[in-house]
Design a binder for this molecule. Structure first.
Ligand SMILES: Nc1ncnc2c1ncn2[C@@H]1O[C@H](COP(=O)(O)OP(=O)(O)O)[C@@H](O)[C@H]1O
Ligand SMILES: [Mg+2]
Length: 144
């Protein structure tokens, strides 16, 4: 497990970029953390690190947004509003996971049992010290 502290949004974007450089096609990244902890901000960094030029926006209402770079496709999910596994079945969730693209899932703790054992788990937490400080722990990824 690796632990990082970020002090503002830019730090979290940079950590996302560094994380992206270690990702391989087929990797699944599960993000957990309360509302406003920076999950979408982190995904922006990952997209930048993957050289995706498009602007990343929260897919809360669509469940998934897909982005392409020259070399890789990133599927960005937010499963906060998913009621049950049927909602995910409807969008073909499992097929996305096993296409050989990169998947990153906000609120992944809500669907833990649908994710494989080799999922990379990233948790974002606020601290009492500073409203812009976050503790970000990463499990299942080589050293950043
Ligand atoms: N260290 C930090 N890392 C990420 N975001 C931060 C940080 N400090 C403050 N913020 C702010 O917190 C908010 C995080 O929003 P967002 O990424 O949409 O959260 P989530 O997707 O987890 O609900 C943004 O407004 C961002 O500017
Ligand atoms: Mg979000």
């Amino acid at each position: 497990m690796q632990e990082f502290i970020t002090f503002n949004e830019i730090d979290t974007i940079k950590l996302g970029e560094k994380t992206a450089r270690l990702l391989k096609p087929g990797d699944i990244i599960a993000l957990e953390g309360d509302l406003g902890t920076g999950k979408t901000v982190f995904v922006k960094g990952v997209a930048m690190g993957l050289e995706i030029g498009e602007h990343v926006t929260s897919p809360t209402f669509n469940i998934v947004h897909s982005y392409e770079s020259n070399s890789v496709t990133l599927h960005h999910f937010d499963v906060y509003r998913v009621n049950d596994e049927d909602d995910l079945f409807e969008i073909g969730f499992e097929e996305y996971l096993y296409k050989g693209d990169i998947c990153i899932i906000e609120w992944a703790d809500l669907i833990k049992n649908m994710l494989p054992d080799n999922t990379i788990w990233i948790k974002l937490q606020r601290t009492d010290d500073n409203p812009e400080q976050r503790i970000i722990t990463i499990r299942g990824l080589e050293s950043i």
